[in-house]
Design a protein around this ligand. Structure first.
Ligand code: HEM
Length: 387
């Protein structure tokens, strides 16, 4: 890998593990580097929940959702010199950190490499805002448009860089977040840290959101999921996009809504997730079905009626998390889709205009990212964009 010639600190210029370890010693990271170099000799045990950093796609997208997540947005603090080279060096450093952490090793100069074990299905998934694609001079993701009911707060809006960290273990996750954040400090400022949790329902890709609803039922699966996320319209082969929205839920007012009102607003039953047009959870959402009074079983402004893709090209893959930051609780909505302009954005416009659930929702965060392709062994994130 050729290294850019910039005035960045040495740590940021080091791409390969060996070079990174040597560089750490040369620049006086001292004992921490030695410990992390020793830790690299440990072979990760796949039975302990290892997801590969290397592959066609980044992990943490179409693979099974882990129970804990932290989404962190950073803005760049450029130094003198080429922005493009600084970004390249940054992505090399993140790649090195991610490869180590996901295989259960500490990052370079890690003061607690023991906390990386076992990795507990840790994934780091990296995305860039349009502003960084412009720095590189390649790729288009665009920006998130304004939606009708937005009440956005500055700290949850678009950041330059995003990493989605996920793991089954919140302690491993915490360590990974801290290790990477320490390394990014010199070149970035943190815009947001959004922490989420979910618990998959037995034998399903669904979870209860904080309204109590079964969420994730009509997510695409298998090939349909891969097609929705990495298919036609993607901004780069094996890359995709992430729409990240933060919805606060007014749970005190939701408490006052009876079961019929709740089911009506969603179009599905809270009890078992079944659509009002059927009787079990996997029955189709049938918008033509009528009830005994001859009225539509699912109201036209029910969430699922408006969210249902009007054609295959609108399909998105939702991978959201519940949040409770002590002040507010809600849903960290995260969806992956090949082209947000033909899928996420029109669906979100429909929902923002008329969704019955809006009464209890306040969208306070909104951002859109270009998710980089997967990495070949020995390579680094975004390498295709720099050659
Ligand atoms: C806090 C906000 C939201 C909540 C609580 C929520 C909740 C739910 C629930 C419980 C379901 C039914 C089960 C399922 O199929 O997953 C559902 C379906 C769905 N939601 Fe949401 N959702 C929210 C926001 C959004 C947003 C912002 C979008 C996209 C812009 C979206 C898109 C969808 C889609 C595509 C479906 C499946 C519709 C179908 O084909 O049946 N949701 N949502």
């Amino acid at each position: 890998m050729s290294m850019p010639d910039t005035s960045l600190p040495r740590r940021l210029l080091l791409g390969s593990t060996a070079a990174a370890a040597a560089g750490g010693l040369l620049t006086g990271f001292g004992a921490g580097s030695l410990r992390s170099a020793q830790a690299t000799t440990q072979i990760p045990d796949s039975e302990l929940g290892y997801r590969s950093f290397y592959g066609q796609y980044q992990s943490g997208i179409i693979d099974a959702q882990q129970e804990h997540a932290v989404f962190i947005g950073w803005d760049m603090r450029w130094r003198e010199g080429s922005k493009k080279q600084q970004l390249q060096a940054l992505l090399q450093m993140i790649s090195d950190d991610a490869a180590r952490l996901m295989s259960g090793r500490g990052v370079l100069a890690d003061t607690e490499p023991e906390m990386a074990q076992p990795p507990s299905e840790l994934t780091l998934t990296v995305g860039l805002g349009q502003i960084l694609l412009d720095v590189i001079g390649q790729g288009t993701v665009g920006s998130m448009p304004a939606f009708a009911n937005d009440e956005l707060e500055k700290q949850y809006q678009q950041s330059d860089l995003l990493i989605q960290f996920c793991s089954q273990d919140p302690t491993v996750l915490h360590h990974a977040v801290r290790a990477v954040s320490k390394n990014l400090r010199q070149l970035t400022t943190q815009r947001f840290v959004q922490t989420g949790f979910m618990r998959p329902m037995p034998g399903a890709d669904t979870f209860r959101n904080l309204f109590g609803q079964v969420d994730g039922v009509n997510n695409p699966a298998n090939e349909a999921r891969e097609q929705a996320v990495f298919g036609e319209g993607r901004w780069i082969p094996n890359g995709t996009t992430l729409a990240l929205r933060r919805f606060e839920m007014d749970l005190d007012r939701w408490d006052e809504v009876d079961v019929t009102g709740r089911d009506f607003a969603l179009g599905r039953r809270q009890s078992d997730g079944s659509p009002l047009s059927g009787s079990s959870v996997n029955d189709p959402v049938d918008l033509t079905a009528e009830n005994e009074l001859g009225l539509p079983s699912i109201a036209a402004n029910a969430h699922v009626a408006l969210a249902k893709p009007s054609h295959g090209g609108e399909t998105i893959h939702r991978r959201g998390y519940n949040f409770d930051d002590g002040q507010h609780a809600g849903l960290l909505f995260a969806s992956y889709q090949s082209d947000p302009r033909s899928s996420f954005i029109p669906v979100q416009h429909r929902l923002a205009a008329a969704d019955a659930l809006n009464t209890w929702l306040k969208p306070v965060g909104s951002a859109l990212y270009a998710i980089l392709p997967g990495v070949d062994e020995g390579g680094y994130l975004g390498q295709q964009l720099f050659s």
